[in-house]
Design a protein around this ligand. Structure first.
Ligand SMILES: Cc1cc2nc3c(=O)[nH]c(=O)nc-3n(C[C@H](O)[C@H](O)[C@H](O)COP(=O)(O)OP(=O)(O)OC[C@H]3O[C@@H](n4cnc5c(N)ncnc54)[C@H](O)[C@@H]3O)c2cc1C
Length: 372
């Protein structure tokens, strides 16, 4: 009997399912993918795109094209709510789509609650495609005057963004911007000291300032205010604060973890509604909370693909094993990287080349589906 599989978001955890969509269709099922963009941008290469190391087309996957080519339907839109009893999702446009089995890979967002008023020249580091608009605007501003670019947040994405703003603007002579990171009380507080020191040195030797005085209280266009009421003028702001899972699940009263992510069991399945699955930053994995890194989304791919098929075909589900420690490499924007895996830690050109090789291999594997 034909069933309807709906995929919400074509993120990193759905890549294998998207690549094998034809398998569902050949078995007689209908597949609909819902997403706000015809493309999915690979976040690992986002900062490099900002720094013009990569072109937008190097880092994206043509979701809509690949879905339609395999006989699926692509619905350009954003899901805002789920009615799990009625097995229906509601889109921002008001349209509803019903499902038999559904999987969410809607990622995370950067909260903008500290933005007091005005949106002009305040950009978030997600969604990745918006980094292209940020790039255009920074270049426009520095063609007119010397500016200050401020990055709010003290984690890896703040470091990579700062390093790549430096790269983007390094040839602008006297108009090279002042770049500063507002890192709260401690820069990279969740990262081991040895790695944090290497990242700080890499940025500071290029003149990038790291402020660890206080947390930012609020921002508006052109101004940053700290908790201490100290004010800083700025021309451009990046918000690189900690991400939060997509708000769909809290809005829908579905079971969530403490961070608001869809609560899933070891099968990446919502226990209360077994026809609902999810992966990537938007879930809270009940057995062991996972860091919000693409590595886990990528590792979840084959399990999600297997389990969506098993759920439609009523066969056995496979458990997800998050695995051990993962490789972490930061793109510092000056053709160097900083690499850490367990006790191994080193920085320099080789670290960047390893990241570049892994990232390009990952995205090319999925881009190849566009050609077949
Ligand atoms: C600047 C930056 C650099 C990073 N670098 C790395 C790195 O090098 N390595 C690493 O492991 N992690 C990195 N991360 C973390 C990484 O981005 C996330 O962990 C990863 O993107 C999670 O993948 P995802 O598929 O869950 O979400 P996403 O990649 O965000 O994908 C979500 C998808 O869902 C779609 N979507 C969103 N909302 C809706 C909706 N309501 N309805 C329908 N569709 C929707 C989006 O358009 C998007 O296509 C980085 C993060 C940032 C911000």
């Amino acid at each position: 009997m034909e069933k309807h599989l709906v995929l919400v978001g074509g993120g990193h955890a759905h890549m294998v399912t998207l690549a094998n969509l034809h398998d569902f269709i050949e078995k007689g099922h209908k597949v609909t993918v819902i997403g706000p963009s015809a493309y999915h941008y690979y976040s690992g290469m986002g900062p490099g795109m900002l720094g013009k190391m990569y072109a937008p087309e190097d880092i994206r996957f043509a979701t809509q094209y690949v879905v339609e080519k395999q006989g699926g339907a692509f619905n350009l839109g954003k899901v805002v709510r789920v009615d799990p009893e009625g097995k229906t999702v509601i889109l921002e446009s008001g349209e509803t789509v019903s499902y038999d089995v559904i999987s969410f890979n809607t990622g995370s967002y950067v909260p903008r609650s500290i933005v007091k008023d005005g949106e002009k020249d305040i950009f978030s580091v997600k969604p990745i495609e918006k980094l292209m608009d940020a790039q255009t605007r920074i270049l426009e501003l520095i063609s007119q005057k010397k500016i200050t670019v401020s990055i709010i947040g003290g984690g890896p994405s703040a470091a990579e963004i700062a390093g790549n703003v430096w790269r983007l603007t390094r040839n602008y002579g006297p108009n090279r911007p002042k770049i500063q990171i507002f890192a709260g009380k401690k820069f990279m507080s969740h990262i081991p000291d040895t790695m944090r020191t290497k990242v700080s040195i890499s940025l500071q030797k290029r003149g990038i300032k790291i402020l660890e005085k206080d947390y930012v209280k609020d921002i508006k266009t052109g101004q940053i205010t700290l908790e201490s009421e100290q004010r800083y003028d700025t021309d451009f702001i990046f918000l690189a604060l900690g991400v939060k899972p997509s708000p769909i699940f809290e809005e829908s009263d579905l079971p969530t973890g403490p961070d608001g992510g869809l609560l899933v069991n070891k099968y990446l399945q919502c226990s209360a509604y077994p026809e609902i699955f999810g992966g990537g930053d938007c879930i809270y994995f009940k057995d062991r909370p996972l860091d919000k890194v693409g590595v886990y989304a990528v590792r979840q791919n084959p399990v999600l693909f297997q389990n969506l098929m098993a759920s439609l075909e009523e066969t056995v589900l496979q458990p997800f094993d998050p695995g051990g420690d993962y490789l972490l490499i930061f793109n510092m924007g000056d053709n160097t990287g900083i690499l850490r895996k367990k006790r191994l830690l080193f920085g320099g050109k080789l670290a960047f080349l390893i990241k570049d090789y892994i990232d390009r291999k990952f995205i090319r594997k999925f881009q190849a589906i566009e050609q077949t």
